[in-house]
Design a protein. Structure first.
Length: 677
C-alpha cells in the first residue's frame, strides 16, 4: 500500500487510472486545497500559471496534473475506508507538500527557459533545481523529471523532437537511467524517422534490461512482449488443421459416415449427421481450438508420416497457452510494501497512523529521525539517532544517519567517528563509503577521499551512479543518510488490511488452468491412440486424380484409385458414357484443387504447400507466417508501467512482424509468376 501503484494489467489499466484520478482529485480538493492556496500566495502566485499550462497527456494525466498532493509518481493504493480516514484527518505538517510545490515552480521556470531558448535562463533554472534538490534529496526530484519528460514528449508530438531531446539531456542529470526518461528518449528518437529508429535501439535495449531486472516489471514485460507467442501458436493449429481438412476433404468424414451408409441409411441424413459432429465444438460454444483438435483426431488415420509428426508437435505446443496464463497474474500483482520506498519516494498521502503503529517503537523512532533529516532539523535528528544508537537492531544505518546529522551541524570529528564505526559494521555500503570520502575531503585528505570514492564506485556501482552523478557540485557536497532497510516484520506491518486486498478468485481459475494444461496432452494422446488402432484397419484413401475415397487399388501408385488407373493408364474396361462422366468428374476435382491452391498461395503462405503434400517446406513457411502475423496483431502496443507516468514505447516486435509478413507474402506471390521450362 505504501508508495506503490496497483499493478494493473493492460486490460484493467483504464479503470485503475480513472479510479486513481478520482481519488487524487478528491484528496486534493478536500485536504490539500487550503494548504495549497496559502503556499501559492506565499510564492507570489507564480506557481499558478505552471498548473494551467501543464500538458495533459492521455491516460497519464492524473499524476502530472495536480502539483503537491497528486504529482508524486508513487501513489498509495488505499482502501475506501482508509481514503476516508485520510480525508478527515487534520493536516500533518510533515505531509511533505513543500518540496513538490517548490519543484513545480522550478518546472514552470524550466519550461519557460526551454521555450525561450535562452541558454542563460536555462542555466539559472537548472541551478534553481540544484539548490532545491540538495535540500530535498535525490528521490524527491523525480516528479520534476517526470513532468519534464512529459514536456519533452509534448514537443516531440508537436513536431520538434530535437528540442524535446534537449529537455531530456538537461534533466537527465537528476535521474540517470530513469525508465521514464529512457522511454521518452526512445519515443522522441523514433519521431525522427528510420535513422532515429535505429539510434533508439540502444535505449530500447537499456530499457528492456531495466524491465527484466526489476522484479515488479518483469511479469508485465513478459505479458506485453510474449502475448504474440500465444496467438501465433493458436493460428498455427487452426491453419494446419484447415490445410489438412482441405487436402483430405473427401475422406475426412468417411470414418463417421461410411458405417451408416453401409447400414443403408439415407445419404442426406448421414451427411447432416456428419456435419453436426464436425461442428459440434463450435455449436457447443467451445473454443475453435477444440474443433481443430477434433478434426485432427478424425484425420489421424489418413495422414502421412511427416504430417503425423507435425500434428503431434503442434498439439503439444498448445501447452504454451496455459504456461503464459501463469505469467499474467505476475503482471497485475500488488507489489510488496516496502519501508525503503516509504522513506525514499515522495508520498502523495500521509502514511496511515494506524499502519505506523504496527511497526516496532524503535522503527517508528527511526522514521521520525528520517523525517527530521529531511526537514533539516539536524539537532533533533542527532538526538533521535543518538538515542537509537544503543539498542536499534540496524546499527549501521543508525550510526550513519547520526553521522549525517552531526556533519550538517559542523561536528566533523563526531561524524567521522560515526561513519567509521558504521563502515566496520557494514563494509561495502555505498552511502557510508561516500560519507567517509566527503569527510576526508573536508579534512583536506584528498587521497583518502579519492580512495573511498573509488571503493564506493567498485563495491556499490548503482548507489555511486545514482548519488554521485546527480551531485555534481563538489563544493556543496552533503552527507547521505541510509534508510531503514526492509525485513519480513516491517513488510508485514505495512501490508494493507486483509479487506483491502482482492480475494482470490478461488478454485475455478485453477480448474480452468488445469484443463488448459491437460487438453493439448489429451488431444495428442487421443490422436496417437487413434493412429495406432487404425494401422490394422482399412481406412479409405483419397485419390489424387479424382478425389474419390477408395480402399484398395490395382494401381502401383498407392494414391491413385483403381478407376483412374484403368481409365488413364490402362485405358480399358469402361463404357464410353461412364468414361465421359469420370473424365468430367476428374476435371471438376482438379479445377477445385487449383482454385484452393491459388487461394492459399495468395492468402495463407505455407498452407498451399501443405495442401499439396510438401509438408516440411510448407510447415516451416507457415510457422514463420503465424509468428509474424501474431507479432502484428497481438504485441502490446504501449504499456504504462505502474508508478510511471509515461507509456513505454511500442515494442520492436511489431515492426519486425510487419517486415517479416511482407517478405513472406512477396515470397509466396512469386509462385504466381510464369515459370520457364
Ligand atoms: Zn481416382
Amino acid at each position: 500500500m505504501i508508495a506503490s501503484v496497483p499493478r494493473a494489467s493492460c486490460s484493467t489499466q483504464a479503470p485503475v487510472t480513472a479510479r486513481f484520478i478520482r481519488a487524487a482529485f478528491s484528496t486534493l480538493i478536500r485536504k490539500a486545497a487550503p494548504v495549497l492556496g496559502a503556499l501559492l500566495i506565499a510564492l507570489g502566485g507564480t506557481a499558478l500559471p505552471a498548473q494551467s499550462d501543464r500538458p495533459v497527456p492521455a491516460g497519464a494525466s492524473g499524476e502530472a496534473k495536480a502539483p503537491g498532493a497528486a504529482k508524486a509518481p508513487g501513489v498509495p493504493r488505499t482502501s475506501a475506508a482508509s481514503r476516508e480516514a485520510a480525508a478527515v484527518r487534520v493536516p500533518d505538517p510533515y505531509v511533505g507538500q513543500l518540496p513538490a510545490i517548490a519543484l513545480s515552480h522550478c518546472a514552470a521556470r524550466l519550461k519557460a527557459a526551454f521555450r525561450s531558448g535562452n541558454a542563460r535562463d536555462l542555466q539559472a533554472a537548472i541551478q534553481d533545481v540544484e539548490l532545491l534538490r540538495r535540500t530535498y534529496g535525490t528521490m524527491d526530484v523525480l516528479p520534476l523529471v517526470e513532468a519534464m519528460a512529459l514536456v519533452a514528449r509534448d514537443l516531440g508530438s508537436h513536431g520538434d523532437p530535437v528540442q524535446g531531446l534537449k529537455v531530456l539531456d538537461a534533466v537527465e542529470r537528476w535521474a540517470p537511467r530513469n525508465p521514464t526518461l529512457l522511454a521518452t528518449r526512445v519515443i522522441l528518437l523514433r519521431h525522427q524517422g528510420p535513422k532515429g529508429y535505429l539510434l533508439s535501439l540502444a535505449d530500447t535495449m537499456e530499457l528492456t534490461r531495466y524491465r527484466l531486472t526489476n522484479p515488479l516489471d518483469r511479469g508485465l514485460w513478459a505479458v506485453q512482449h510474449l502475448a504474440w507467442l500465444r496467438l501465433g501458436i493458436t493460428l498455427l493449429l487452426w491453419g494446419w488443421t484447415l490445410a489438412l481438412a482441405l487436402r483430405y476433404r473427401k475422406v475426412f468424414r468417411c470414418p463417421l459416415e461410411e458405417p451408416l451408409l453401409r447400414k443403408g441409411q439415407n445419404p442426406h441424413v448421414v451427411a447432416i449427421f456428419g456435419a453436426i459432429v464436425v461442428t459440434l465444438p463450435v455449436l457447443a460454444g467451445l473454443d475453435p481450438s477444440f474443433t481443430a483438435m477434433l478434426w485432427l483426431w478424425l484425420l489421424a488415420p489418413t495422414l502421412q508420416g511427416a504430417e503425423v509428426k507435425a500434428s503431434v508437435l503442434i498439439l503439444m505446443l498448445q501447452v504454451v497457452q496455459p504456461a503464459l496464463t501463469l505469467v499474467e497474474p505476475m503482471a497485475s500483482s500488488v507489489p510488496i510494501p516496502s519501508i525503503v520506498t516509504l522513506q525514499q519516494r515522495p508520498q502523495a498521502l500521509p502514511v496511515d497512523a494506524a499502519t505506523l503503529l504496527k511497526l516496532a517503537p524503535a522503527d517508528r523512532a527511526f522514521l521520525a529521525g528520517w523525517r527530521q533529516l529531511e526537514f533539516q532539523e539536524w539537532a533533533k535528528a542527532e538526538a533521535t539517532f543518538d538515542a537509537l544508537a544503543k539498542h536499534h537492531p540496524d546499527q549501521a544505518e543508525v550510526l550513519n544517519n547520526l553521522g549525517v546529522a552531526r556533519y550538517e551541524q559542523g561536528k566533523v570529528q563526531g561524524a567521522q567517528a560515526c561513519f567509521d564505526e558504521a563502515a566496520t559494521l557494514a563494509p561495502g555500503r555505498g552511502e557510508i563509503l561516500l560519507n567517509q570520502s566527503v569527510i576526508a575531503y573536508r579534512l583536506m585528505d584528498g587521497n583518502l577521499g579519492a580512495s573511498k570514492q573509488e571503493d564506493a564506485r567498485r563495491l556499490a556501482p548503482d548507489v555511486f551512479n545514482n548519488i554521485l552523478a546527480v551531485n555534481l557540485v563538489r563544493s556543496d557536497q552533503r552527507a547521505f543518510p541510509l534508510p531503514l532497510p526492509d525485513n519480513p516484520e516491517r513488510i508485514k506491518a505495512l501490508e494493507p488490511p486483509p479487506d483491502a486486498v482482492e480475494g482470490p478468485r478461488g478454485n475455478l481459475r485453477d480448474l480452468v488452468l488445469l484443463l488448459n494444461f491437460g487438453l493439448p496432452v489429451l488431444a495428442a494422446a487421443a490422436f496417437l491412440i487413434r493412429l495406432r488402432h487404425s494401422i490394422g484397419e482399412a481406412h479409405p484413401s483419397q485419390c489424387t486424380r479424382c478425389g474419390d475415397p477408395f480402399h484398395t487399388t490395382d494401381s502401383p501408385d498407392p494414391a491413385v484409385c483403381s478407376k483412374c488407373h484403368h481409365l488413364f493408364v490402362l485405358k480399358d474396361g469402361l463404357h464410353a458414357e461412364s468414361r465421359k462422366r469420370k473424365v468430367d468428374e476428374v476435371g471438376a476435382f482438379q479445377a477445385s484443387q487449383r482454385w484452393l491452391h491459388n487461394a492459399l498461395t495468395l492468402l495463407l503462405p505455407g498452407l498451399d504447400k501443405i495442401f499439396m503434400g510438401e509438408t516440411t517446406a510448407g510447415f516451416v513457411e507457415f510457422v514463420l507466417f503465424c509468428l509474424a502475423g501474431a507479432m502484428i496483431l497481438s504485441t502490446g502496443r504501449a504499456v504504462r508501467y505502474p508508478g510511471e507516468i509515461v507509456q513505454d514505447p511500442a515494442s520492436v516486435w511489431m515492426p519486425m512482424g510487419i517486415l517479416l509478413t511482407v517478405l513472406i507474402y512477396l515470397r509466396s506471390w512469386v509462385k504466381f509468376l510464369p515459370r520457364r521450362g
